[in-house]
Design a protein around this ligand. Structure first.
Ligand code: NAP
Ligand code: GCO
Length: 266
C-alpha cells in the first residue's frame, strides 16, 4: 500500500481557535504531514502568541483574528485566506467553550453562548468553506466533538447539547456533501489536559489531586488524562486521502473511557 495517502503535502488546513490547546496540537501534526497551517483566534494578542508558538515549533503559520460566531467575519476570513494563502482543503472546527453551571442556575443567555460557539460556529464556518471545496472537487471537515456527544454529566447541559448536535451536524454534512468528495467526520477527545480542563485537575488545598481528576483516571482504561498531542495522528488520518471512504464517523480518542463501566470502588 502506498503510504503517501497519509500525506497532507500541498493541502491548506484552517484550524479554528488554534493558538494553543487541542487545536494547536492538531495543527502541529498536520504541519508535520505537510499541510500549510492557517488558524484564527478571537484576540490579536492570542493570534500573536500562537504565531510565536508555531514559529518556535518551526511552523510558518498564517494567523487571523476572527470570532467564529460572527458569520460576516467568518465569510470575510475565508475570502481573505483564499486570497492570501489559497483555497481551504481541510477545516478543523476546534474553537469551543464550556460553562460548568448546574442547569437550573444557568441563564438562557449563558446556554446560548455555549451553543453559539460550539454548534452554530461549526455550521457557519463549514458553510463558508464548502462551496470552494465543491469547486475544487474535494474537502475534509473535522468537527471536534466530545465524550459529551454521547454522555451527560452534572453542570454541562449546554456543552453536551452542543456537542451532541455537533455529532449530528457532522453526519448531516456527510449526507449532504459526500457526493462532492467532501468527507466530514468528528473527533471525540476524551479528557485532555488543556486550559479548558485545568479547573478539573487543580491540586486541592490539602495537596491532594482534584476528586474529578481521580475519577477520570479511574474511569479511563489508559489510566491517564489525554495529552493534546494524542489527537494529532487521528486528525492527520481524517484530513488525509487515507480516510477518503470514511464519512460521518465520530472517532473517539478517549483512552477507552467510552468502552469501560469503571472499577469497583475499593
Ligand atoms: P481551550 O484550551 O479552551 O481552547 C479553546 C480555543 O478556542 C481557544 O484558543 C479559544 O480562544 C478559542 N475560541 C473560543 N471561542 C472562540 C470564538 N468565538 N472564536 C474563535 N476562537 C474561539 O480548549 P481545548 O481543550 O483546546 O478544546 C478545543 C476543542 O476541543 C473544543 O471544541 C473543546 O470543546 C473540545 N474538547 C476538549 C476536550 C478536553 O478535555 N480539553 C475534550 C473533548 C473536546 P480564546 O483563548 O481567545 O478564548
Ligand atoms: C467536563 C470536561 C469535558 C471535556 C470533554 C470530554 O467538564 O466534563 O470539560 O467536557 O472537556 O468534552 O470529552
Amino acid at each position: 500500500m502506498d503510504m503517501s495517502c497519509f500525506s497532507l503535502e500541498g493541502k491548506i488546513a484552517l484550524i479554528t481557535g488554534a493558538s494553543y490547546g487541542i487545536g494547536f496540537a492538531i495543527a502541529k501534526g498536520m504541519a508535520a504531514a505537510g499541510a500549510t497551517i492557517v488558524f484564527n483566534d478571537i484576540k490579536q494578542e492570542l493570534v500573536d502568541k500562537g504565531l510565536a508558538a508555531y514559529k518556535e515549533a518551526g511552523i510558518k503559520a498564517y494567523g487571523y483574528v476572527c470570532d467564529v460566531t460572527n458569520e460576516a467575519a467568518v465569510n470575510e476570513l475565508v475570502a481573505k485566506i483564499e486570497q492570501e494563502v489559497g483555497v481551504i482543503d481541510i477545516l478543523v472546527n476546534n474553537a469551543g467553550i464550556i460553562k460548568r453551571i448546574p442547569m437550573v442556575e444557568m441563564t438562557a443567555e449563558q446556554f446560548r453562548q455555549v451553543i453559539d460557539v460550539d454548534l452554530n460556529a461549526p455550521f457557519i464556518v463549514s458553510k463558508a468553506v464548502i462551496p470552494s471545496m465543491i469547486k475544487k472537487g474535494h474537502g475534509k471537515i473535522i468537527n471536534i466533538c466530545s465524550m459529551m456527544s454521547e454522555l451527560g454529566r452534572e453542570t454541562v447541559s449546554a456543552y453536551a447539547a452542543a456537542k451532541g448536535g455537533l455529532k449530528m451536524l457532522t453526519r448531516n454534512i456527510c449526507s449532504e456533501y459526500g457526493e462532492y468528495n467532501i468527507q466530514c467526520n468528528g473527533i471525540g477527545p476524551g479528557y485532555i489536559a488543556t486550559p479548558q480542563t485545568a479547573p478539573l485537575r487543580e491540586i486541592q488545598p490539602d495537596g491532594s489531586r482534584h476528586p474529578f481528576d481521580q475519577f477520570i483516571v479511574a474511569k479511563t482504561p489508559a489510566a491517564r488524562w489525554g495529552d493534546a498531542d494524542d489527537l494529532a495522528g487521528p486528525a492527520v488520518f481524517l484530513a488525509s486521502d487515507a480516510s477518503n471512504f470514511v464519512n460521518g464517523h465520530i472517532l473517539y480518542v478517549d483512552g477507552g473511557i467510552l468502552a469501560y463501566i469503571g472499577k469497583q470502588p475499593k
